[in-house]
Design a protein around this ligand. Sequence first.
Ligand SMILES: [Zn+2]
Length: 92
Amino acid sequence: MEKQEQVFCQSCGMPLTDDHYGKNADGSVNSDYCQYCFADGAFTSDVTMDQMIEECLQYLDDFNKDSEQKMTPDQAREQMKQFFPTLKRWQA
Ligand SMILES: [Zn+2]
């Protein structure tokens, strides 16, 4: 059986599921970004990569709750600083 590839929001790095996709200006689904980052054809907030990382750290408790590997804010920040530059939004 083929392993399904996990898709991540190309802005905040959260795993994308069918009901979390962003929407284009014409109402169609944007498969690159989640609904929190991208709505009606535009990014919902004009942030830098570092600001996005700090924003995501606010949800670390939620993430740890569902994860076997508990991360400290410092560990999470380091991991995101490695991961985010690979995302489409931050490659420009
Ligand atoms: Zn996102």
